[in-house]
Design a protein around this ligand. Structure first.
Ligand code: DON
Length: 587
C-alpha cells in the first residue's frame, strides 16, 4: 500500500473550509478546499497556480498516469479554475525530462527505449502565431503611431491559440486515455467550484473590460461584485471541453468550436480565419541545454527568449564568487543587475522567432562573447544609455506555471499564458473561453515598449504565421542526468530574471526551496533603466544601490515561482509561491 508522506504546511484559506490537512487521495472537493503551500512526499507531486488543479494532477498520478498525464490534466483544470491565465485560448511551452519509454512513442522517441537511464529532454512550442492577415504595422495609425490598447484588448490582439495543439502533442508521452485526463476539467466547468478571494478580486477588477470587449455577455460578468466562496459554473466551457474530449484537437480547431471562434471574429472585426485554426501546429524543438556549475540546465529555446537570456546571465555569473557575496547583498545585486541589463539589451536587439528571422544564438551564448559582455560591467551602477546590444561579427501580468514529477523521475515544466490577465478580455461567444492578447508580445513598432516595457526591433516584428517573442522559461535542472529541480514562473519579462534568481538562490547561495521561492525578488530589463524590487527587499541594500547610482523602484509582487526539488533518497519537496493561490500537492 502506498504510504502518504505528505506534510502539508499551514496554508491559506479558500472557499468555505478552514485550512486542513489535505491528502491527494481525497476526492476533489471543489466547494471547500485549502491551499497547501508545501509538500514533502516520496512518489510524485504537482505544483500549480490553483489547489484544485494541483489535486487533479496528483489524482491522475495516483491512477497510474505519468508526469505528462498529470501535466495535461492539471493544465486543463487550470483552464477552468484559473480563467485569468489558465487557458485553452492561449499558448505556451513545455520543457520535460523523460526517463521512461513513452507508451506511444512518436517520431524521434523510439531511440530512447534502450536508454531509460539517461533519459531525454524535450521542448514543446505551442506558442500562438500571428494570423495570416496580420501585418507589420497593424497596430499603428495613419501617422505611424501605436493605437493605444489595440494590441492589448479586443479581437485584434489575439494570436492563433496554441494550447490544444500543445496538449495533444504532450499526449504522445502520456499513458492514460485523453478522456480520463480532461474529465476533471469538464466536471469542474459543468458543476462549478468556489472561487478564492484573489479570484474574486481579479474578476471584479476586469468587469469594465469584460463589458467593453465582449459581443456576447460571458458568465464572468456579474451584476454585484464577485466574492470569495461564490460558485463559478461554466456550461459553455464544459461543452467545448466535451467536444475536445470526443473529437480531439479537431474539437477545437475545426467544427463547432472553430465556427464559434470565427463568428466571434466576425462580430468583433478580428482576423483569425478557418485556415489559421486548421493550420496551427505545435512544434517540438531542441531544448536549450547548457551546464552551470556541474548541473545541466534544460530550458526553452526561441521563440522563448529564456534559452538565450537565462544562459547568458548564468554563464556571466558562473565564475564569479557570488556565494561569498551573499543573498541580497549589494555586491550580488549589483552583479546580477548588470548581467540582467546586458542580457536584456541583446534580447531587444536580436531575439525573435528563428523560423522567420536569423538569430545568432550560437554567438550570443559563446564563451568569447560572454567574456566581452562581462568586461563591460562597471564598478558602480551601469547605464542603459551606454549599454547596447553586443556587436556581433557577421558570421555570427497573466501567465501560469506548473511543475510535475512522477515516481519514475519524469518531470514536466509548463508555462502557459493568455498574456495579460484574462487575455484580450474576449470570451468566445457560446464557447466559454478567453482569447489571448499575445500579439502585444511582438514589437509593434521598433523601440515602442509593450505592456511589460520590453522593446524590440526587426527580429520580433509582426509577420503572418510568426510567433511572438516570449520570456516564458520553463526549466529543469539535472544533476548527473537525473532531475534535481523543476522551476518556472509567470511574470512577463520578469520571468527569466526570476528563474535566474531562483537557480542562483538555490545553487549558489544555498537558500532553502521555500526561501528561494518566497523571499523578495528584483528585476532589471535594460529599459527602463531601473531596478525593480519587491516589498520586503532589504532597505540597507536598496540604500547602498542608490548611493552607487542606481534608480531603485518598489513594485508589486514579481512572479509566482513554483519549485520541485528532489532531495537525497528521492524524497520530493514541492513548494508553491505564497504570492498567490498556488498550491503544492503530492503523495
Ligand atoms: O510570453 C510572454 O513572455 C508573456 N506573454 C508572458 C506574460 C506573463 O507572464 C504575464 N503574467 N504575469
Amino acid at each position: 500500500m502506498r504510504q502518504t508522506l505528505s506534510r502539508l504546511f499551514p496554508c491559506a484559506v479558500a472557499g468555505v473550509l478552514l485550512c486542513s490537512s489535505l491528502t491527494a487521495q481525497q476526492a476533489l472537493t471543489p466547494y471547500s478546499y485549502s491551499i497547501p503551500k508545501k509538500t514533502l512526499v516520496s512518489h510524485g507531486a504537482v505544483v500549480s497556480a490553483h489547489p484544485l488543479a494541483s489535486q487533479v494532477g496528483v489524482s491522475i498520478l495516483q491512477q497510474g498516469g505519468n508526469a505528462f498525464d498529470a501535466a495535461i490534466a492539471t493544465q486543463l483544470a487550470l483552464a477552468v479554475v484559473y480563467p485569468a491565465a489558465g487557458n485553452i485560448g492561449g499558448g505556451g511551452f513545455m520543457v520535460a525530462h523523460l526517463v521512461t519509454p513513452p507508451h506511444n512513442p512518436g517520431k524521434g522517441a523510439a531511440a530512447q527505449h534502450g536508454s531509460a537511464v539517461t533519459g531525454r529532454d524535450i521542448a514543446l512550442d505551442f506558442r500562438e502565431k500571428a494570423p495570416a492577415a496580420a501585418t507589420r504595422d497593424m497596430y499603428l495609425d495613419a501617422a505611424g503611431n501605436p493605437v493605444k490598447g489595440l494590441s492589448e484588448n479586443g479581437h485584434l490582439a489575439s494570436g492563433i491559440p496554441g494550447t490544444i495543439a500543445g496538449l495533444f502533442a504532450e499526449l504522445k508521452y502520456a499513458k492514460l486515455p485523453f478522456a480520463k485526463l480532461i474529465q476533471p476539467a469538464i466536471d469542474l466547468a459543468e458543476n462549478g467550484f468556489v472561487i478564492t478571494a484573489e479570484e474574486a478580486r481579479n474578476l471584479n477588477s476586469a468587469q469594465g473590460a469584460f463589458k467593453n470587449y465582449n459581443t456576447v455577455q460571458p458568465v464572468f460578468v456579474k451584476a454585484v461584485d464577485w466574492k470569495k466562496g461564490d460558485t463559478l459554473v461554466q456550461k459553455d466551457l464544459a461543452k467545448t471541453l466535451r467536444l475536445i474530449r470526443d473529437k480531439g484537437a479537431k474539437g477545437f480547431y475545426e467544427g463547432e468550436t472553430a465556427r464559434l471562434i470565427l463568428e466571434e471574429m466576425h462580430r468583433g472585426k478580428g482576423i483569425i480565419t478557418a485556415a489559421d485554426l486548421q493550420g496551427f501546429k505545435a512544434v517540438e524543438r531542441n531544448p536549450a541545454v547548457f551546464s552551470y556549475k556541474g548541473y545541466s540546465i534544460v530550458t526553452m529555446p526561441l521563440p522563448s527568449s529564456g534559452g538565450v537570456v537565462l544562459q547568458q546571465m548564468l554563464k556571466m555569473v558562473e565564475d564569479q564568487p557570488l556565494a561569498s557575496y551573499g543573498f541580497e547583498s549589494v555586491k550580488a545585486v549589483h552583479l546580477m543587475t548588470e548581467v540582467e541589463r546586458l542580457a536584456y539589451a541583446d534580447r531587444a536587439q536580436y531575439l525573435g522567432d528563428r523560423d522567420f528571422y536569423s538569430v545568432p544564438v550560437d554567438t550570443l551564448v559563446s564563451p568569447a562573447y560572454i567574456r566581452t559582455r562581462l568586461a563591460l560591467i562597471p564598478a558602480r551602477a551601469g547605464n542603459s544609455r551606454d549599454i547596447k546590444a553586443g556587436v556581433l561579427s557577421p558570421a555570427s501580468e497573466e501567465t501560469t506555471h506548473l511543475d510535475v514529477i512522477d515516481a519514475k523521475g519524469n518531470a514536466v515544466s509548463i508555462t502557459t499564458t493568455l498574456n495579460g490577465g484574462f487575455g484580450n478580455k474576449v470570451v468566445v461567444g457560446g464557447a466559454g473561453f478567453f482569447l489571448n492578447n499575445e500579439m502585444d508580445d511582438f514589437s509593434i513598432k521598433p523601440g515602442v515598449p509593450n505592456m511589460y516595457g520590453a522593446v524590440g526591433t526587426e527580429a520580433n516584428a509582426i509577420a503572418p504565421g510568426k510567433r511572438m517573442l516570449s520570456s516564458m522559461s520553463p526549466t529543469i535542472v539535472l544533476n548527473k542526468g537525473k532531475v534535481y529541480l523543476v522551476v518556472g514562473t509567470p511574470g512577463g519579462t520578469t520571468i527569466t530574471t526570476s528563474v535566474f534568481q531562483t537557480l542562483v538562490d538555490i545553487l549558489d547561495f544555498g537558500l532553502s526551496t521555500d526561501d528561494a521561492v518566497n523571499l523578495p525578488k528584483f528585476h532589471h530589463q535594460w529599459l527602463p533603466d531601473e531596478i525593480f524590487v519587491e516589498p520586503g527587499f532589504s532597505t540597507t541594500t536598496r540604500d547602498s544601490l542608490k548611493v552607487m547610482g542606481y534608480t531603485v523602484a518598489q513594485r508589486g509582487s514579481i512572479g509566482r515561482t513554483e519549485v520541485i526539488k528532489v532531495l537525497p533518497g528521492q524524497q520530493i519537496e514541492a513548494v508553491a509561491d505564497n504570492r498567490g493561490d498556488d498550491a503544492a500537492v503530492g503523495y
